[in-house]
Write a protein that binds this ligand. Structure first.
Ligand SMILES: [Fe+2]
Length: 242
């Protein structure tokens, strides 16, 4: 082994490589805040699991809602795993903390969805506010990489989730004014959409953009077809004159 290789091995072995990965902008406070959001996602995950389990009970049997909460729980778990990987890739360390057990219980006598849906809205809002705080701190520390990751991977998506949950709370409140068929229909609609919020696309600016693009394409396609049609008519007319 050459002297040069020996020197590199000794240099690398004597250093904390995590620190090499870590720029000065990724401060301890920022790392702690990323871990804080991981904890928040896990707490929300167990909360949604509890709602999904409650809605699946025979006493409640709101399977469309159960599917929605299952989806929400999965989303939290995926976000948590992504952020954990990201934390490690930035030279951070994973330090799990205890997850608080959810206190809510879906009322079953009578079946009452307003309280749990209000709670779900609060959970979603808490996640969104926490992400905003994380972004503000990342901006303050001038950690552009984290700011960009949170904005593109989380913030946009969570803003949509929050609006969807607000709409759900509104609809649940509306149908609960007269208990009975309304809740059954809302649950059936959720079930029909495999637990996805049925009006999700109405709240998505990206879908609206796609819709406008499709309409524009259709209009220009129509115009092209029309001019082609007119061109053919003119050509046959001219051919007739000859
Ligand atoms: Fe999330």
């Amino acid at each position: 082994m050459s002297e040069q290789a020996r020197a590199i091995i000794s240099e690398v072995s004597g250093h904390d490589l995590d620190q090499w990965l870590r720029p000065s902008t990724f401060t301890n406070e920022l790392e702690e805040s990323v871990r804080g959001h991981i904890h928040e996602e896990l707490t929300s995950w167990i909360f949604y699991r509890k709602l999904a389990a409650d809605c699946s009970r025979a006493n409640i049997a709101l399977h469309g809602f159960a599917m929605l909460w299952e989806r929400s729980a999965k989303e939290c778990l995926i976000d948590m795993q992504w952020l954990e990987k990201y934390l490690i890739s930035r030279g951070g360390r994973c330090k799990p903390t205890n997850i608080e057990a959810p206190k809510c219980e879906w009322p079953d006598s009578p079946v009452e969805p307003v309280g749990p849906c209000r709670e779900a809205f609060n959970v979603q809002r808490k996640l969104f506010v926490d992400l905003e705080k994380l972004c503000t701190l990342a901006e303050k520390c001038q950690d552009t990489a984290l700011l960009n990751a949170i904005e593109s991977r989380f913030l946009r998506k969570h803003a949509k989730h929050l609006k969807n949950m607000g709409d759900l709370l509104q609809q649940v409140t509306r149908v609960s004014k007269q208990p009975g068929l309304g809740l059954y229909l809302l649950d059936a609609e959720l079930r029909h959409h495999n637990g996805c919020i049925p009006w999700m696309s109405m709240n998505d600016p990206d879908t609206i953009e796609e819709g406008i693009r499709a309409v524009t394409k259709k209009i220009s396609g129509g115009l092209a077809l029309q001019s082609h049609h007119e061109g053919t008519k003119l050509a046959s007319k001219e051919a007739g004159h000859c």
